[in-house]
Ligand binder design. Sequence first.
Ligand code: GRG
Length: 354
Amino acid sequence: MLRACSLGRVARPLPQGPPLDIRERTATVSGMHTHFAKVPGMESAMAGVEDALRVAVHVEDPYLHKIARHLIVAGGKRLRPAMAIAAGTAWGIGAPTEVVRAAVACELVHIGSLYHDDVMDESPQRRGVATVHAEWGNLQAIVGGDFLLARASEIAAELGGRPAKILASTIGRLCEGQIAEVRDTYRTGRSVDDYMASINGKTASLFAAAAQFGALMAGAGESQIEAARATGEAYGMVFQIVDDILDLTGTVEKLGKPTGHDIKEGVYTLPVLLVLHGAHPGGEQLRALLGADMDETRVGEALYIVRSSGAIEASEHTAHEWATRSREAVKAVGDLTAGTVLRNAADELLASLG
Ligand code: GRG
């Protein structure tokens, strides 16, 4: 029996699907960022998300089904659905079925984009398992990702014209952000504005949409929906800047990939760009190293220049400014606990920088 998550009003039941194998349910709820876990009703709403994700990708063809569910059952932090539920609780009536379904649509778009991203990056692993392309091949990963986007679009269309439009334009924003990053690969002339625009599209737009969906589907008013969108967007900016800093400062054990992976792949992120464009010392030496694929020694030298330049601290400062924006957008909430959680959420990301 599927759960219909509702706080405060009668919810329509979630779509029926095949019986769920409870052993499939991963540790995602407990593995989720603890700041979102404190939102009232979060645990049961996220259990509804887990069920509905599996139902959403059910399809007759067992081959496509296996591909489509691969990263769902592998886990993940489920930050985007958690953001939707937190916003629905802060500004609306909580997590009725419509919020849960919108949250599911966001996670499906996220996973679809990961299928495609892993093909582009030739990544062998994701969420602790082999990537779809590594397991089945590039064609399967692309079409499997498309299938997830199709299912997300179907859910959004069932929720209404406005949710469908938000979802479609968000998918477009992801593509814009990603293609800007691809265009700028190995380009030492990439500006900080180019970087900001790219991460706004590829990462922040989906957090913005998740928060907007949460408030919208939980019955919030227009100014509250906009506040939710702004909070989600700023949180997403912090999320990506922190992720990019950790790529330069973290350990292999913590990152699950070599430190400086982005530099090696030609993705020049905020700290690197700050040095390249003269805001911090070492620009000339760094430019001489970058611009093409590098061996491990040169990656090590580039990391040393960036780490000793002060650009990491300056990037942390930028992330703090976005965290302030995220915090300040959380006004006029109905549920104070959810409001506090949202206010602190970006700061908790910053805390992972140590
Ligand atoms: C097909 C929608 C679509 C887009 C195509 C490939 C692409 C364009 C966009 C990729 C966007 C992308 C992968 C951005 C990075 C997002 C990101 C920060 C991923 C990691 O998110 P986590 O840490 O992952 O929340 P988990 O696994 O925990 O969910």
